[in-house]
Design a protein around this ligand. Structure first.
Ligand code: SF4
Length: 475
């Protein structure tokens, strides 16, 4: 790759509070108040609403020069009052931006003061998350917020201590509403409809049906009453293996809720892993419907193998999605020549290598963690993939190099339907395999058409020349 002297150009990650917002939006009756300057919340609102195609309200404490110099205590308290009176939420997630972190506002102390000063704040759970963006990415912001929510509802004496036989299922990375629905369908089929607590659940809040009613906070999300019981559950599953799942770890160390970590079920191998864990927990066989789905996926893999085998692919985006897509491309005979998770995580490389080593690959797989798009562009040129798999931000590379981009992950702001992209489970794998294969076939068709048109125009030119020279012959 080209060596450059300057710092990040077009980062692949988004800021920590963005991840925090996505976690809070999966909780019942929750509103986010961003402590910092106004532009941060505007950027996040736009990004989220372009991706999910839903209005996404995020309040801001709108710190100005005065707040930046003298502290944002007054703005934060005023913001909280406004959010309570206008939105009537049950939960307010206070997430900090770079400015609030840099000036060193003591958010916990300000919230304590606020609770003492206000009489009407008792009914609302105010949960703060420290999310300085210069420290980490949106994926960490998500993990931190989920952890803060679980700690809040379990540590403040809520929930009774009666053991319940449920399973906590805690995400380690934001996923599409359609994938949430798919995972819940899997859980219902294997361990039973009321046997799990899924957290956070954005299946309704980021993909709400049109009812004709204007909702300030969309219904749905993980019910608060359930979160309080997470400490009494029989076990937890942390979905995602590249980073720590702090909430699941906390439930294990503090409340002895045994935890298991599984990869996001993307592709055959990773879907099999979750299904076998769930059937083990349920103490029963994998349901017949899922065995059929698995069989259909294998059938689909056989069908597309001749098109996908040896196709060079570059995968980038959030780490869990990238790991899953790497696994899926390997099991379908593709050559993942370039793999670039947007941020560094403790265990991505280890798990990626494990999957690569399990295959006898005829190509080198380059893994770059935490690249910006500028460096990624160089890496793509060197690796020479035939397709890109990742979010919308790679579209300029795809256009420049002239290879197709399969849009998955977050953000997808230049196409519709991102909230309905199914990636997880056997059905998700079939959906993505079809998309990849059809894209390859369409690209071939376009190339053939171009060649055919070129040949046609060459033939036409030749026949014109023949005609001209025939007319120029003396009679
Ligand atoms: S200032 Fe910080 S929190 Fe705000 S948008 Fe920029 S990176 Fe994100």
């Amino acid at each position: 790759m080209t060596e450059r002297n300057y710092t990040t150009v077009n980062p692949c990650v988004m800021c920590q509070p963005m991840g925090s917002v996505m976690a809070f939006k999966g909780i019942e009756s929750s509103m986010v108040l961003m402590h910092g300057s106004q532009g941060c919340s505007t950027y996040m609102r736009l990004h989220l609403s372009h991706h999910f195609r839903e209005p996404v309200d995020i309040a801001s404490t709108s710190l100005s020069e005065r707040g930046a110099v003298y502290g944002g205590s007054e703005n934060l308290k005023k913001g909280l009052r406004n959010v309570i009176t206008r939105y009537h939420p049950k939960v307010i997630g206070v997430t900090t931006t770079c400015l609030a972190e840099t000036i060193g506002d003591d958010v916990r102390r300000i919230l304590q003061e606020f609770r003492e000063e206000e009489n009407n704040a008792d009914d609302v759970h105010i949960i703060s998350v420290s999310t300085p963006s210069y420290e980490d990415s949106h994926t960490t912001g998500f993990i931190k917020a989920v952890d803060a929510i679980v700690r809040h509802f379990t540590e403040y004496g809520m929930g009774n201590d009666i053991f319940n036989n449920k399973l906590n299922v805690v995400l380690g990375e934001n996923i599409a509403p359609e994938d949430t629905r798919e995972l819940k369908r899997m859980l219902k089929a294997t361990i039973g409809p009321r046997s799990f607590i899924f957290m956070p659940d954005t299946s309704e809040t980021f993909d709400a049906p049109m009812t004709g009613k204007v909702e300030k906070i969309f219904p749905g999300g993980t019910p608060l009453s359930e979160i309080t019981y997470m400490k009494n559950c029989a076990a937890s599953i942390g979905l995602g293996i590249t980073s720590d799942n702090r909430a699941v770890d906390h439930l294990e160390t503090k409340y002895n809720v045994p935890a298991k970590r599984v990869p996001m079920p993307i592709g055959l191998e990773y879907s099999d892993r979750i299904m076998s864990v769930l059937s083990e927990i349920a103490g029963s066989e994998i349901p017949e419907a899922y065995r059929k789905e698995r069989g259909r996926l294998i059938d689909a893999m056989v069908d597309v193998h001749k098109y996908l085998y040896g196709t060079r692919v570059a995968i980038y985006g959030d780490p869990e999605m990238v790991l899953g897509m790497l696994s899926m491309s390997l099991e379908n005979g593709m050559y993942p020549v370039l793999v670039a998770p947007s941020c560094k995580t403790p265990a991505f490389r280890e798990h990626a290598q494990e999957r690569i080593d399990a295959m006898n690959l005829d190509c080198e797989v380059k893994i770059f963690e935490g690249l910006d798009f500028d460096a990624f562009n160089d890496a793509v040129k060197e690796a020479e993939p035939e397709i890109l798999i990742g979010n919308s931000n790679g579209k300029y590379i795809s256009q420049q190099i002239g290879i197709p981009l399969i849009r998955v992950g977050f953000p997808i702001h230049d196409r519709v339907g991102a909230q309905r992209i199914l990636l997880m489970g056997y059905r998700g794998a079939m959906n993505i395999l079809d998309r990849i294969t059809n894209t390859i076939l369409e690209t071939k068709d376009i190339e053939l058409e171009k060649k055919w048109l070129q040949n046609k125009s060459n033939d036409l030119q030749e026949s014109c020349c023949d005609l001209r020279s025939a007319h120029m012959q003396p009679h």
